[in-house]
Design a protein around this ligand. Structure first.
Ligand SMILES: Nc1ncnc2c1ncn2[C@@H]1O[C@H](COP(=O)(O)OP(=O)(O)OP(=O)(O)O)[C@@H](O)[C@H]1O
Length: 252
């Protein structure tokens, strides 16, 4: 049994079957990529994993617990963190302050403003936040204001915010979207390092095949709401079903 198990999940929008009998099993410690052409259903699936959408039928189980109907913040509290395509950071705050917020929320189980105001004396939270920034190579920029960061660094900051919560499962939605090649390669190296050092389970939605083939241990290919192939990356590339799904779309 995987850390995350999706069984026979369906989700329709009106007459459109965005998810059509989806099954997915993600093993602990693995990096599992979900790929597929535009409109395949990847975001809909991700939203079902984080509680933003409720499947019409089927089960989603994380660490033995059903996630169906569970609120997003509760899913986050039980160990699922998501890095968004557009970083959700506090632009006016410093990097350290940004990371202290989830570190505090993780310790208290919720974020309370009165706790935030007493933060100056919280060495434990500060240490945790500094370690999170060091994990993503941003320690030297800890006093900078988040808005002044490059796009790549903003995404690394958000990753640090997720890591301070010690997630059992990290969901990454196109972690390299919009990045130049050298920044993409830096992000791949960083995610690989985190995966190995923390034995971090990750689900990565990604369009860039260079990222998928560099990072993933296992790949699920979706098209038109269904899963068409599941295999190791080396077997995905030449698969005729995958080639067909991508005809005219992304490049393999
Ligand atoms: N809230 C919604 N209401 C109606 N239709 C939706 C909604 N969300 C998604 N869809 C439709 O469901 C299908 C799957 O969309 P989804 O965004 O999950 O695909 P995707 O694989 O993430 O695509 P992309 O790679 O372009 O982000 C698409 O046809 C989309 O138009």
């Amino acid at each position: 049994m995987g850390l995350l198990e999706v069984n026979d999940v369906n989700k329709a929008f009106g007459g459109l079957k965005a998810l059509d009998h989806i099954n997915l099993s993600v093993n602990e410690g693995s990096v599992h990529a979900i790929i597929g052409p535009n409109g395949a259903g990847k975001s809909t699936l991700l939203n079902c994993l984080i509680g933003r959408l409720v499947p019409d039928s089927g089960t989603v189980t994380f660490n033995g617990r059903s996630l169906v109907g569970v609120k997003p913040y509760e899913i986050n509290q039980i160990g699922v963190s998501r890095v968004f395509q557009t970083p959700e950071i506090f632009g006016e705050l410093t990097l350290l302050e940004n990371v202290m917020i989830p570190a505090l929320a993780h310790r208290d189980g919720t974020f309370r403003l009165d706790a935030w105001h007493r933060m100056d004396h919280e060495a434990e939270i500060r240490d945790r936040a500094e370690a999170g920034l060091a994990d993503v190579g941003l320690a030297e920029k800890s006093d900078m204001v988040a808005n002044s960061l490059s796009r790549g660094d903003k995404r690394r900051l958000e990753l640090a915010m997720c890591l301070t919560q010690d997630p059992k499962l990290l969901l990454l939605d196109e972690p390299t979207a919009g990045m130049a090649r050298h920044d993409t390669n830096r992000t791949i190296d960083l995610l690989k390092e985190i995966s190995e050092r923390r034995n971090q389970t990750m689900v990565v939605i990604e369009h860039d095949m260079h990222v998928v083939f560099s990072l993933a241990h296992y790949v699920t290919v979706m098209a038109q709401g269904g899963v068409i192939v599941e295999d190791k990356p080396e077997n995905i590339k030449g698969n005729p079903k995958v080639q067909e799904a991508y005809l005219g779309g992304a490049h393999l």
